[in-house]
Ligand binder design. Sequence first.
Ligand SMILES: Nc1ncnc2c1ncn2[C@@H]1O[C@H](COP(=O)(O)OP(=O)(O)OP(=O)(O)O)[C@@H](O)[C@H]1O
Ligand SMILES: [Mg+2]
Length: 281
Amino acid sequence: MSEAVQTGMPGGDARHPRHPATDPPVLVVDNLVVDHRDRGTGEVFRAVDHVSLRIDAGASVAVVGESGSGKTTLAMAATGLGVRGDGDIRLLGHSLSAIGRTQLRRLRPEVQVVFQDPHGSLDPRQSVRSGLRELRSLQPQRTAWTDDTDLLGRVRLTPEILDRYPHQLSGGQAQRVCIARALLMRPRLIVADEPTSGLDVSVQADVLALLRQIRSSTGAALLMISHDLAVVRSLCDVVHVMYRGRVVEAGPCETVLVAPEHEYTRELLAAMPGARWRSRR
Ligand SMILES: Nc1ncnc2c1ncn2[C@@H]1O[C@H](COP(=O)(O)OP(=O)(O)OP(=O)(O)O)[C@@H](O)[C@H]1O
Ligand SMILES: [Mg+2]
């Protein structure tokens, strides 16, 4: 029997225990296809080409690939976040094609996305405090569990920033606020879409360490989207390598990042010598 991972504050949130070893997978995607229309030429092209992936409860899965390979499209379609595709998607045990809007809305808080540009993700007219208050009013059931000071403490921010507006926050602080807002929903899956590539190099490692710590303390699964294999190596157990809409290689990081089978993965690794897998212990 696995030990429950308590979500939330020190002392845990006994109402929502997590059992990563026995909970069902958070996401199972089978043969997902997404077509986009080119904004310039008007032609339809395939952005995601028969991709399958699975994210077990509490797991940490990466999608890597060059710019334009389809990573964001895959993540947004796979989680039902505004991009439609064909294929079989099961989110927290629910088939996305079979559930209605109301049910999808109910599932929505379970998946939280942390984007590349933290300032762009925050409403410039809202202080941190009023942004959190609004979230609480939208999801009172999920968010009554902790106060703002405790929540900010979890992302290593002090309460002084509560009355600041986004433009008064550094990139690292703004990203921590975004992570706190995501945490407030007690998600089962955090999608992190290049969460550090818009940040100063000096704070990138801190934000990655924070994500790692949050993952282990909350039991949330992580879908990490990155073009950086070093980031993936530091945070993820499984990696999917995407190239032109297809997953060309997938497997445990210690396999794919040590003995890549696909030429494209080898090229990515050659371009980032520090990214080769080695034990994190
Ligand atoms: N809504 C859209 N409409 C039309 N084309 C789109 C749309 N979103 C993305 N694309 C195109 O689909 C392809 C895949 O885009 P996507 O954003 O998924 O790539 P990505 O791997 O996330 O890239 P990046 O690393 O730059 O974020 C690109 O050619 C992009 O221009
Ligand atoms: Mg992207």
